[in-house]
Write a protein that binds this ligand. Sequence first.
Ligand code: PGA
Length: 251
Amino acid sequence: MRKKIVAGNWKMNKTLQEGLALAKGLDEVLAKEKVNCEVIIGTPFIHLASVCAAIDTQKIGVAAENCADHASGAYTGEVSAAMVKSTGAEYVILGHSERRAYYGETPEMLKTKVRLALDNGLTPIFCIGEVLDERKAGKHFDVVKAQVEQSLFDLSAEDFSKIILAYEPVWAIGTGETATPEQAEEIHAYIRGVIAAKYGKQVADDCSILYGGSCKPSNAKELFANPDVDGGLIGGASLKVEDFMGIIRAW
Ligand code: PGA
């Protein structure tokens, strides 16, 4: 069954103390309020263990924002999928456009990271999306298709079924500019079609495809109203309990 999901991506924000306060604040609200979607928070690596210990992880899933493309060994400064899993986190955001653009993550590296995440029992939240020039040139469909094919289409249908996708147009991330509900639905439906062509209709229907890019309480409802938009990956608006709850309540 396709899940409705609102996932936060804190990026490189919040000290440990601030992050704990944010996570606990969200936990307190969700302890009292029944919501209509799954809730996940993506935190910096160093927050993961403390956050997992401080909240009800049955109610709030915890995600790392990245993991290494090696299993273990002499890779100074890297954090493996097994290490992420050992903190209590169940998810890992992979292929975020900031990782692709600023840290040189290639489709090949991402393929390895996805494999390692799955092998260690983590659910990847795999990000795809075009930059502005690609959208202007009408290449956005080809770009997202290639991103999915290059990093995910070696997976068996069983493994692919474990993936959450996040479509994040790079021109909408942190810019205040959001894709219109029509633009989001158009490309989400297209992505689902690409998955259906490879893995069949059932796998495609069951895949959660989140929208990301300046999603906020004021526009979440109209984005989520689309049949192929299954939730959001939220950056800026995940940094305050009230904003994040405003998006969660859009379901
Ligand atoms: P934003 O970021 O909500 O701040 O635009 C989304 C993301 O990059 O995941």
